[in-house]
Each structure stands twice: as C-alpha cells, then as structure tokens.
Design a protein around this ligand. Structure first.
Ligand SMILES: C[S@@+](CC[C@H](N)C(=O)[O-])C[C@H]1O[C@@H](n2cnc3c(N)ncnc32)[C@H](O)[C@@H]1O
Length: 278
C-alpha cells in the first residue's frame, strides 16, 4: 500500500459499508456464511445466560435473522422478540413467525426503556464509531437484572500462515479501509471492557479461535467481505490483481490461516438497591 493512499487525515465515516445497496443476493449469501460460522457459539452463550420462555428480547443489527429466529423459538408464545436493523429486507420472512421487525438506525433514538430481559447484538458494534454510546442505550433498554449479550470479531488475531506476495498489501488495505470507516478491528477482545465501562455487572467473555484452510467457512467469509468492499479497496490504490490474488488465497486449500478471534461477552444491568435488599 503506498503511503499516499492511506486515509490518515480523513475524517472517520460512519456509513455501514456492507449494506445490501442493490447487492441483496450477495449480502444474503455473505450473511448465510456469517450465520453458519457464528451461530453455534452464539447459541451456546445464549443458553448459558438462561434465555427461556416468556422473555422479552431484542436482536439489534439482526441481519438475516438466524438469532432472532432462534430466540423466537426459545421464548415461545408468551415471550416477545424484536429484530432491529437499518435494512430489514432480509428479515421480513420472520414477521409471519411473530417476530416484530423494526427499521431503525440504532445510533438514533431509544431502543426500549428498561423493558427487555435480553438484548443481543452480533457483528454490529465492530462497525459503529459510536459503539460506547450505543452500548449505553442497550443498558437502558434492559430491565434491572436484564442481560446485554454482544458478539464480535477480532481481526488482529487473523493471520495468513503462508502468505503469497500480494497478501500483505491486500490485508493492510482492508484494515485501513475499515478503520477509516470507523470499525474497531480488535472489537471482539474489547467487548468485556466496553460492557464493564457501560455499567454492567458480572461481565464474562468467551472466545473461539482456530486454524483453517482456504475455502473453509471463515476464509470464504473474509473473501466475500473483500469482494463486498472491492470498490473501496481499489479506490485506495490496491491493484485489482493483488485483490484477486488475495481472494484466491482465501479460497485455495493450499493456503492456511488462523481465523479472526470470535468473542461473545455479556453482563447484567445492576438491580435497583431495593431489589438487592429484598
Ligand atoms: C455483519 S451484519 C450481522 C448480522 C447479524 N447480527 C448476524 O450476526 O448474523 C451487521 C448488521 O448490522 C446492521 N447495521 C449496521 N449498522 C446499523 C445501525 N446503525 N443500526 C441498525 N443496524 C445496523 C446491518 O444492516 C447488518 O444487517
């Protein structure tokens, strides 16, 4: 990456860079990989915190809705699930299953006030420059004793174990592009601190990490993320042949990678003083 192309002096932009924006099919397929890779770990953590029948839950930045759908099954007919996203085009099918689907930019307006038993957001805070402020909204949205559970990625744990000559330029440009867009590339490992600073109690965090060959799910997911950001990466002077070569490595079983770290963290909103005393 030529230094002149680095966006050091440009303001951070907050536009979500992976919206469907006319590429609904590509984003639907990319989110299907997200769900295949992340759901088992997320659900494991949701089970640990005890989500059960009758709970009121929100899934924020719900994407294509696999977790909202799981929550819907888990809370049953006496519970409630709200799925919120900037772009709810992929969530509409959940309405027939009783999920309340809401178009909302979570950086604007309240979510709920002290009403929820659980709020969940996966792969959302990583994108949001206002993540501290949004996290405080999450805390306000749950009842005293309610749970905020968030999942995110740590790209700094990612490593190409046998990189080809174009890899470093492509990877560095990707990191610069997303940092310029306001992402926290190490967001996953920062989640526990974020929750504690947001005033939550009993904060816990767990991570999953692993080695993969090109073409396996986390590598294919990154290849698709590179492709969705193609115009942005080329605009930062990454040669298209370097981008194609990096995507090829991510899809070739000849290449091996350490996947980004996948983190889930959760904490409880403090109970009111009189509840502690009761
Ligand atoms: C990487 S996707 C993750 C989807 C889903 N949570 C999952 O893990 O399968 C991020 C989602 O957050 C949504 N999003 C991004 N910025 C948002 C905002 N400011 N308000 C609401 N949703 C937002 C996007 O539209 C997208 O559906």
């Amino acid at each position: 990456v030529r230094l002149a192309s680095r966006p050091q002096n440009r303001a951070v932009t907050s536009t979500y860079g992976l919206g469907t924006n006319g590429a609904e099919q590509a984003e639907r397929e990319r989110l299907a990989y997200v769900e295949r890779y992340h759901d088992a770990f997320t659900i494991d953590c949701l089970e640990k915190v005890g989500v059960t029948a009758g709970w009121r839950c929100a899934d924020v930045g719900a994407g294509a809705g696999s977790i909202a759908s799981w929550l819907r099954d888990r809370v049953g007919e006496h519970g409630e699930v709200v799925a919120i996203d900037l772009d709810t085009s992929l969530l509409k099918p959940l309405v027939a299953r009783g999920v309340v689907v809401r178009d909302q930019d979570v950086t604007a307006g309240p979510i709920h006030e002290q009403a929820l038993d659980l709020i969940h957001a996966r792969l959302l805070l990583v994108h949001l420059p206002a993540r501290e402020r949004v996290l405080r909204k999450f805390v306000s949205a749950v009842r005293p004793g309610g749970i905020v559970l968030v999942g995110d990625i740590d790209f700094t744990a990612f490593e190409a174990l046998d990189p080809g000559p174009a890899w470093v330029a492509a990877w560095d440009t990707f990191l610069l592009a997303v940092e310029h867009a306001g992402w926290d590339v190490a967001c996953g490992k920062h989640l526990a601190g974020l929750l504690a600073r947001g005033g939550l109690e009993d904060v816990r965090a767990e991570a999953r990490h692993g080695a993969y060959r090109g073409g396996e799910i986390p590598c294919e997911l990154l290849a698709r993320t590179f492709e969705r950001l193609r115009e942005r990466l080329l605009a930062m002077d990454l040669p298209s042949q370097d981008l194609d070569s990096a995507v090829g490595e991510l899809r070739s079983s000849e290449h091996r990678f350490l996947a980004p770290g996948v983190w889930t963290a959760w904490g409880h909103r403090p109970r009111a003083a009189q509840e502690h005393a009761a």
